[in-house]
Ligand binder design. Sequence first.
Ligand SMILES: [Zn+2]
Length: 563
Amino acid sequence: MKFSEMPYARPDMDSLFKQLDNLTAQLQDAPDAQAQLEIFDAKDKLMSRFNTLSSICSIRNTVDTRDKFYEEEQEYLDGQYPLVSEKVQAFNKVLVTSPFRRELEEKLGALLFTNIELELKSFSPEIVPLLQEENRLSTEYQKLYASARIEFMGKTVTIAQLGPYKQDPDRTVRKAAIEAEGGFFDQHRQELDELYDKLVKNRTEQAKKLGFENYVPLGFIRMGRNCYTPEDLSSFRSQVVRDLVPLTVKVKARQAKRLGIDDFKFYDNTFMFKGGSAKPQGTPEEIMAAGRRMYHELSEETGEFIDLMLENELFDVLAKEGKAPGGYCTSLPDYKYPFIFSNFNGTSGDVDVLTHEAGHAFANFIADRTIPVPDNRWPSMEGCETHSMSMEFLTAPWHHLFFGEQTQKYELSHAEDALSFIPYGCLVDHFQYEVYSHPEMTPQERNETWARLDKMYRPYLDFEGLPFYGRGAGWQRQMHIYQSPFYYIDYCLAQVMSLQFFALSLKDRDEAWKKYMDFVRLGGTKTFIGLAHSVNMRSPIDEGCVKDVCTATFEWTEQHLVE
Ligand SMILES: [Zn+2]
């Protein structure tokens, strides 16, 4: 069915809540495992219907934000979600205490129970007022960020609109753009410091109320981390500092040389080539057609997938009046369809939609068709990002269809970006680890901590004389630090996995694709580490993994340098 033909009507919430209550009561009274499994199934069907309608509504709301009908529907549903979670949690509570748990685990998998138990540990009705306050503070940050109107070169621009100037071939323009951006954050210094201070105190209080020492273990649970500890991540970060940072220092020295700059500064950091970054060639229609050809040639499964997407209007990628900004991949569970939303803007980001976002969508497509229990379809965040980031590398033989003569430039910057991203992501994680371990830190101490850690992870950066960045406050423009605590290292772990697939594909393309398919087919039936080990790959946390895959990638870049 085409997306435009999918019917939508507001879900009957009273009836949904009543049915969920009934199922919870039935689960409690069920005489055996078989009966409980049937009830579990009925709950999944009910939720699948609700989730499908929610997705249709939210997609249509973002595709045209001017459409009043879907705007009101979205507002209505936003108010219902917490109530739905409460009902599902009540159901789950009964499920994990089932006297037939062993038999249930045989059918549903033990991981599903582990995950529910983690989720239950992270919540108690007692912290609801704190959660509401946390939401409010997080929204306030978002509003402040979005409210930025910066005077720049005779124009008034938003932070996002400053982006292209930060990539300008003229160094003085890049510097001025960074200064203008920093100026905005400096002007709002007190608000930004206070907001974060309140968030840290709030989250710490939640943790204490739930019986944790501080927010570190609670933040871990909230991210669904079920197979490694904070100590494991600390060891991962140390490996990055020891084995990868020396390589990124070389990458950046090479970049400076390429640009003809002998005093490399922060405002040169994302400017990769004298002639600018690689851009896709051709119209959006040609890019989509290239994507179709690429997935047909890659494998039978990806061919089926891309046809389904294109024939059922499951891509909405052209920038249009009224469309919400950004991009995402979501799913329509009743139809077993993924959906991709984006705003093409003529940069290499357009190709990412067909590699990265399509990687998520492809994993969704496979899981919907092979894994019966919805809770087992998606792995945790690092697993999902492994699907997408690896697809970016495994589609390399077809990138020339998008970039033409600029393909080599694209491949080089793609690999270089991956290498230098990992230490940055670790910096974001390490900083938060310090902050939540020492919630009493003052704003000044937080900035000092960031600056100290930054030197460890990005020793090549020079912030001298810059507003905002120069005083160690650069972390305040990383939204995740305010809005999604501890959500970032996932990208680093996934990036290492993707480089592992990349390194393997350089040796044996077929073997790399086969392993990737095995990884994807497992969906969320295993933990992240379990997934890696199940397909005979190393987990990024395994000692030596960072070193080997990053060295292989670095060596590849050395052999593929372009100006
Ligand atoms: Zn992603």
